[in-house]
Every structure is written in structure tokens, then in C-alpha cells.
Design a protein around this ligand. Structure first.
Ligand SMILES: CC(C)(COP(=O)(O)OP(=O)(O)OC[C@H]1O[C@@H](n2cnc3c(N)ncnc32)[C@H](O)[C@@H]1OP(=O)(O)O)[C@@H](O)C(=O)NCCC(=O)NCCS
Length: 182
């Protein structure tokens, strides 16, 4: 696959028994005054922070009201985490600054969100890789996601760069897929 070298770049190193992941992307440079970010699995304790990050992305931001209308609220996310959904967070000095989630039952890549100050440093790529790798390890042969129709949004170029391809357009949403998984 065209981006296989990038996938290799994204291999992660375990950092101790708590499965804390360290950033190894060559282009990552922590902002002055911040510590190196860490990647770890999401827990129910992280759920409130997800609802801080998701409305604050530079593009594609969703208000709490819009999320609620989609049936996405702290309770629903906590319930999903106890089922077939798993998530990962990027943590900077104890603050969640980005996260991703996927569902192994359907192969859906559910969400990715990176706070504006942390964009363009490899954070989104790492979070996406963790989800893709877990879906593959869970037996999914293919992953899919839905996103905005607007191809000028950063997310579309980001997905394409990572090997995702257009699948279909339905009810005002673009659907993309990734196969094979890493
Ligand atoms: C999309 C998003 C997750 C990307 O996160 P990020 O941390 O900035 O991404 P990264 O820095 O890991 O990687 C970006 C990669 O995509 C590439 N990329 C980004 N925009 C691109 C574009 N328009 N065209 C081609 N490549 C692009 C970058 O060059 C980079 O590749 P590289 O690592 O080989 O240099 C982030 O911008 C975000 O949270 N956006 C708002 C929320 C959102 O849209 N979520 C998706 C809803 S469907």
C-alpha cells in the first residue's frame, strides 16, 4: 500500500507496564513549555474531557447540543466503552488534548479530534494508527468511517494520506474505507 512506509514510521514503543505509549513520530515537536505527550487507552474517567475537546476542534467542531442530538453524551459514550468500543487519548501533562475511538463489532472508526494547538504534529496520525491496529487485531478485515462531504477540510486529506479511500456518499455524508488494515 502506498503509505506503508508511513505505517512503519508509526510503530509505537511500549513505555512500561501501564501500556503508556510514547510519541515516536519524527515530525513531532512539543510546544515550548509543554512536556512530551503520551498516548494511552481511554478510560471512563476520560469521558468528560472528550466533551471538552470535541466542540473545540478548528474544523468540524460539534457543539454539545449537536452531539446530544446525535445521541452522543457522556452516558452513551461510557456505556459504549464497556462494550465493543475502544478509545485512545493523547495526554499532555495530564490534560486530554486529542482522542480517537473505534468499534470492533462494526469496523467503524467513530471519531478523531485534535485540539487546534496540537494539529500537524503527528498526534492525529498516531491516534488513528492505534485504532486501525486494534481493529485489525480484533479481526476486522476492513475499517470504515463517515465524514463531511467537503474535501477541502483537513480531515479528508488526512484520511486519504493514510490510505483511506472513498466508498460511497449517502444522506449527505461521505463514507470512506480502509482495507487491508495495518
Ligand atoms: C483531521 C485531524 C484529526 C488531523 O490531526 P493532526 O494531528 O493534525 O494530523 P497529523 O499531524 O497526525 O497528520 C496529518 C497528516 O495528514 C497530512 N494531511 C493533513 N491534511 C492534509 C491534506 N489536506 N492533504 C494531504 N495530506 C494532509 C499531513 O501532511 C500529515 O502527514 P505526515 O504525517 O505524513 O506529514 C485534525 O486536524 C482534527 O482533529 N480536525 C478536526 C476534527 C475532525 O475533522 N475530525 C474528523 C471528523 S470526520
Amino acid at each position: 500500500m502506498a503509505d506503508s512506509s508511513r505505517r512503519r514510521e508509526n510503530r509505537l514503543e511500549a513505555d512500561g507496564p501501564e501500556s503508556v505509549w510514547i510519541q515516536s513520530h519524527s515530525s513531532f515537536a512539543p510546544a515550548e513549555g509543554t512536556s512530551a505527550v503520551k498516548f494511552r487507552e481511554m478510560t471512563a474517567d476520560d469521558v468528560p474531557a472528550l466533551f471538552f475537546v470535541r466542540p473545540r476542534t478548528r474544523e468540524n467542531a460539534l457543539t454539545l447540543e449537536e452531539l446530544q442530538r446525535l445521541g452522543i453524551n457522556p452516558q452513551s459514550v461510557t456505556e459504549r466503552l464497556g462494550q465493543s468500543t475502544k478509545g485512545w487519548v493523547c495526554d499532555d501533562a495530564g490534560q486530554v488534548v486529542a482522542f480517537s475511538m473505534a468499534d470492533r463489532a462494526t469496523g467503524e472508526f467513530l471519531v478523531i479530534a485534535v485540539l487546534p494547538d496540537y494539529e500537524g504534529r503527528g498526534v492525529g496520525g498516531k491516534l488513528m494508527y492505534l485504532a486501525e491496529e486494534w481493529l485489525a487485531a480484533s479481526g476486522c478485515k476492513r475499517a470504515w468511517l463517515s465524514t463531511d462531504l467537503d474535501t477541502t477540510l483537513r480531515a479528508y486529506g488526512f484520511y486519504r494520506k493514510r490510505g483511506w479511500t472513498d466508498w460511497k456518499i449517502e444522506r449527505g455524508n461521505r463514507y470512506m474505507e480502509l482495507r487491508p488494515l495495518p
